[in-house]
Design a protein around this ligand. Sequence first.
Ligand SMILES: [Mg+2]
Length: 428
Amino acid sequence: MSTDRIIIHIDMNSFFASVEQQANPFLRGKPIAITGKDQKRSVVTTASIEAKRLGVKTAMSTWEAKHICPSLILYPGDPHKYASVMERFNAIYQDFTSRVEIFSVDESFLDVTEEAGDYFGATFIAQTIRERLREELGEHITASMGIAPNKLMAKLAGESVKPNGLTIARPQDVIALLDRSELQDLCGIGPRIYQRLSNLGIETFKQLREFPLEGLQAEFKSYGVWLHAAAHGHDSSYIISPTKKGVRGVSEEEPKSYGHSYTLPHDTHDTLAIKRYLLGLADKVAWRMRRDDYSAKRITTHIRFGDFTSVTEQRTLNEPTADGLTLFQIAWSMVNHLMPTSRSNDQPVRLVGLSASQLTHDRQQQPLFKKEQKVHSVLPALDALQHRYGSGIWTRASLAKTHFKKRSGACPTTPHDADCQHSRAKRR
Ligand SMILES: [Mg+2]
């Protein structure tokens, strides 16, 4: 299975209730239930950890909850307070990666593939986030976290230990995670799907994995394909940023720039290799812009040398662009004179970086030349492929031999990881 991403799922435990317990010491350690304004006719929106232990569940009527747990304290919810806490923890996540998806009011996905490098790095990030949550929100607001190669498995991992858990499911652990989970634990298998699976004699993930794909398709149509992939621990869905999703209660800030940098496997004097890495970065930046419907008017390149000196150059364009090849050509025209062979200080290159800013939603004009028009016309199809299967599904022929590997043993951080693309393309 390809190990293309590292995702952290963070779910606040008994969120509304813990916010109230943090704010009011009198409520701490007690069974409380957050309700609507009219408490008599309302349902339980959130039960505190103490109330859950006594059998109180979300969506239970307040009458029933009080009947089960007479000492239960009913407390009217304050949506403004929760929205403000929600903004604060999502802002903390943003300090660790720009790829944060607000999945619900108390759940977020973080793509830390590049920032973490490997699962050790991701665990460190998760623990640091936990520290920050404690320091900045208070010790009574806790979270469960899961780390896995995709969103679906990260959520399943995170939910396997509550409250305050941290569960790591590396690619090689994913099947074991599934096999110790119930079918209904998976986000996407609700009571009705569960019943239909049960009618087919499928009660476990092992049975789901072994069930013929054709049979699942006959019963569930395209959802059968999803179920089959999920049972194998696969999920190619994206991190959807708040700007695209438009989550209520979160300010919809526009991105300021898109950028990537890459530390080469070895410091190098090889101009052709550096050129290839830069093209890979340009394609990645361009694809993210197109995905979010942006073009950029300013390109910034960054080169770091073996002695850790670095140079940054910027250029403002006449026409905004979101085309990888154009980005690359501009970036290369800025940096080629900085290459080791053309410098008096003959330091090898250690890192290349490229970012695109001054973003606009203006569409790029159609290219004037026939050859460019041809390339331009296939971009939407390639983008659709990437959208479905994740970045790295295609690569330029000129990059096919460029392996983006990280230094010494860590997982690759990949502008276009040839191995990864290959395994993805094969998997489907
Ligand atoms: Mg929660």
